[in-house]
Each structure stands twice: as C-alpha cells, then as structure tokens.
Design a protein around this ligand. Structure first.
Ligand code: FPP
Ligand code: MG
Length: 343
C-alpha cells in the first residue's frame, strides 16, 4: 500500500481534518502567557494525528459542519498530547518529536501544569459534543492509561515479566485510547452498536500493533528519525516484547539443553550471563549493552515483528462488515501504515 493510495482514501475527509487542526490552533491561541505559548508549541510540533483521524474515519461522515465531530477529534489529540507531556516527566525525557520537552526546558512543575491545561482544554471540548457515551469511553481509556503507567513503573527490571502481562499493559497504555477514539467517532456518526463494537476491536488491535512496533523501533530505530532517543526503554528498565521473547527463547533452550545435551544456538557464556542478570533483577550499563546486543542478534526481533503483524491482521479482520467502502478502505490502509512505520 503506498502513501499516495492512503491519501486518496482519506482525501474525502481532508476538510474535516483541516477543521480539527484549526480547532487545535484555537485552543493554543485562546490563552496568553506560558500555558498558551507551550500549548501552541506542542500542538504545532505536530505528530501523526492518528487519534483524530480514527475519530473522523470511524464516524463515516465527511461533513465539516459537524462541530461535535471536530470537537471530539480535537479532544482526542489534546488528551494524547497531555499524556505525552506527563509521560516525558515520568520518563525524564529530554526530547520528543525532535524538539526539547517542556520538562527539559521549564522543569517538571511547569510541565505538569501544561499537561493539565491541555487535559482541561480536552474536557472543555468533550462537554460540547453532547455525546456522554463517547465521553465515557474517553475517560475509561484515560484511567486505563494511568493504571498502565503505574504497572509499568512497578515492573521495572522484572525479568519474570510474561508476554501476557506485557500485552495487558500495552493494551491499557496505548490500545485503550485508540479503541476509545474509534468508538467515540462511531457513536458520533450514529453507528449501530455492533459496528461500534467492531470498530473498537479494530482500534484495540491497531493500538497493540502500534505499541509493539514502537517497542521494536526502540531497538532498531534511529534517534534522529524517531525524534526521541532510541534504546530508552531498556535503559529505564522497561522490558518490552523483544526482551520477553529473548528470555522465553532462553528458557526453552535451557529445557532442550537438559533434554538433548547441547543443541543451543545461544552460546553458553551468553546464557550464563542472562541467567545471572535475570536472577539479580537489576542492570548495570554493561548488562544493558549486553541484553541489547543479544536481542538484536537473536530471533526475538523477528518474533516481535510477527506479533505486530498478527495484531495488524486481526485489526483488518474486524473491518469485515464495515460500510461505506471508503471508510473501510481508509481504515485498512491505516493498518498498513501503522505496521510499516519507521518513526
Ligand atoms: C507513551 O508510551 C505514553 C503513553 C502512551 C501513555 C502515557 C500516559 C500517562 C502518562 C497517564 C496520564 C494520562 C493523561 C491523559 C494525563 P511510551 O513511553 O512507550 O512511548 P515513548 O517512547 O514515545 O515515550
Ligand atoms: Mg515514554
């Protein structure tokens, strides 16, 4: 799927997307002083605008006079932006989208409040949509995101983490908001309950694919292209799918070693060191370098890539009964874009 074909499918929604952009700029320019300045800066820094796009595509509507839809889509982007500002504080991140973060420039105090400011602006827009079911989807997703961030902190350097736990965490951290955007768009567009459910399942799987790809790019990506430092997850002790698969493979290999002697592609010193790191539950820099190298040289990256593609396939399957065809095709194209993204 080419970018040209994607934009063909989405072209019909361009006036709405431009109206959403206008609403975001209004939010930034309405306030004087520091909140207005930094809100404007983060909004203008851009981003993929994936969440507003999902709201609009799932509504199936292409009518820019639908103010509720514009407000819903802009609110989705503001919630996402506020969450990233808070995430950068928690992660002590210096760069995002190729620019210095607010916490880096102004300190945590101001950054928390700018995040809160955007969060409040989002709720100002949500109250204007007149769709309490959609607002409930958004608030549920935000609570899930907070829960995930707490669980992620508690799981730092816990090498006993399972694939199941990881998937549960990224579902709450990332997929819940994408699912809520799809559901909120569908509800605003007046979709039937079964279509709302299918579109939310689509958003959930798209979100899982998005986050697994994000976690892969942390190993394979380039900091300049990503606009944030690569390798940051492992450095913070956040153990993502590639590391989980490395450890899983290691555990299986240990089993096969016991069963048939020495049939193991991972060298003995490597296994001994991983076992030791896993036992101690904390990592010094040489250990981090070691794990990173072991992941990159093992089948774990390919396995994680397969998992992302499985989620992409499941997202596409959720669209089977969705009409009109323009909407279905645009959402399918979006799956390919997310699965192939390099930044
Ligand atoms: C980025 O993930 C972070 C999130 C998807 C969620 C952050 C959520 C919160 C901080 C909870 C508070 C929410 C609100 C709405 C105020 P990542 O750290 O894996 O990605 P990154 O590498 O881009 O930072
Ligand atoms: Mg982060």
């Amino acid at each position: 799927m080419t970018a040209a074909r994607l934009s063909d499918q989405i072209e019909v929604f361009t006036p709405l997307l431009m109206a959403v952009e206008g609403r975001l700029q209004e939010v930034a320019s309405e306030q004087a002083g520091i909140p207005g300045a930094y809100a404007g800066q983060v909004i203008r820094a851009g981003g993929k605008r994936l969440r507003p796009l999902l709201v609009i595509l799932c509504s199936g509507l292409a009518d820019p006079s639908r103010q509720a839809l514009i407000d819903m889509a802009a609110a989705a982007e503001l919630i996402h932006t506020a969450s990233l500002i808070h995430d950068d504080i928690l992660d002590q991140a210096d760069t995002r989208r190729g620019a210095a973060t607010i916490n880096h420039l102004q300190g945590n105090h101001t950054a928390v409040l700018i995040g809160d400011f955007l969060f409040a602006a989002a709720f100002g827009l949500l109250t204007r949509t007149g769709c309490p079911e959609a607002v409930a989807l958004m608030t549920g997703a935000i609570q899930a995101m907070c829960q995930a961030e707490i669980e992620q902190k508690e799981a730092v350097f816990q090498f006993s983490v399972t694939e199941h736990r990881y998937l549960d965490r990224i579902e709450k951290k990332t997929a819940a908001l994408l699912a809520a955007c799809c559901g909120a768009g569908a509800l605003t567009g007046g979709a039937a309950p079964e279509d709302v459910a299918s579109l939310m399942a689509y958003g959930r799987n798209l979100g899982l694919c998005f986050q697994i790809t994000d976690d892969l790019l942390d190993f394979t990506g380039d900091s300049a292209a990503l606009g944030k430092p690569a390798g940051a997850d492992l450095a913070q002790g956040i153990l993502t799918l590639p590391v989980i698969y490395l450890l899983q493979n290691f555990a299986c290999e240990q089993g096969s070693e016991l069963a048939d002697g020495n049939s193991n592609p991972v060298s003995l010193p490597c296994r001994a060191r991983l076992r030791e790191i896993s036992r101690s539950g904390s990592c010094a820099q040489p250990d981090l370098d070691y794990i990173r190298q072991a992941v990159c040289q093992s089948p774990a990256l390919g396995q994680a890539r397969q998992k992302a593609l499985d989620c992409a396939r499941q997202a596409a399957a959720c669209l089977a009964g969705i009409t009109p065809e323009t909407t279905r095709q645009a959402l399918l194209d979006l799956v390919e874009q997310v699965a192939r993204r390099q930044r």
